[in-house]
Design a protein around this ligand. Sequence first.
Ligand code: AMP
Ligand code: TRP
Length: 332
Amino acid sequence: MNRIFSGIQPSGNLQLGNYLGAIRNWARMQDSHECIYCVVDLHAITVPQDPAELRRATREVAAGVIAGGVDPDRSVIFVQSQAPEHAELAWILNCVARLGWLNRMTQFKDKAGADRDGATVGLYTYPVLQAADVLAYKATDVPVGEDQKQHIELARDIAQAFNSMFDTDFFPLPEPRIQPEAARIMSLRDGTRKMSKSDPSDYSRINMTDGADLIARKIRRAKTDPAPLPDHAEALEGRPEARNLVTIYAALAEVSQETVVERFAGKGFGIFKSELADLAVAVLGPIGEEMQRLMAAPDEVDAILGRGNARAREISGPIIRAAQDIVGFHRA
Ligand code: AMP
Ligand code: TRP
């Protein structure tokens, strides 16, 4: 039986890239798999956070995941810090992973920047906690964006090292599941940069809570080039902004980029953008409204997270205890 695990950080401004690259895929997987989804606040505090904002963003991201189609009656959704099994297993895995493996992690190098000695130890060992997240459930498949592939490969190495250290086949080796069509949704202002929650320009992204008018305005103002749409998808090479809008259209309509290009070949971006805006509003409108409703009903979100937490611990508790037995911890 395959088991899915994935996580998302609690930071504000869930955007179209989070939806198309992660949340929509999480929702789809519920039809065929047992799914466990986690708001990873332990990961968030590897860099400084404002406590009140962290708490608010945790609820907001949970609301976004639920509004985006993750059904709390079929899947587990919960908050990482409230399931102590994650931190417990992370310590054991910290004693399996090697410094040399962590030294190769590109996300640490990016996030730590030039002042590496000033980074927290937590930021350094972040990928080991991520491995613990996945392995605490013996998850087999991990849906993530391209940027997380290296971390999931490390989780495989750690699982394998644990198994060989203790001469067991206890942990399955998790597979990264990267969805190619929407792996990278780019900024509306610069087609070479990823659409991101943290971009200072709100016009660079479509937030999951943006209303119809704002979505339409952002798409109208999106950067493009003067040429019309080409008649085949390869001709988008070297036109990053045009390619990005076609990618977004294709992902929202659930068709190939080729189909989009055939339909709009030779047309100007004025027409294309107006149809793209209608499509984006049709897909995101109801999700944004549900997200707003849930954000105004914090008790409902908290009840869902509380139930999810109990179910998560029912699954991970016995796995962690078995791992402790393998390591040789005495239970009195
Ligand atoms: P983050 O916002 O970095 O916590 O990412 C949460 C999830 O959304 C991860 O699986 C990312 O890979 C995915 N994601 C974030 N931004 C984008 C984007 N612009 N395009 C595609 N996927 C994204
Ligand atoms: N590091 C992931 C990100 O930034 C979030 C994450 C934490 C995660 N734990 C995970 C993703 C476990 C998949 C599996 O997007």
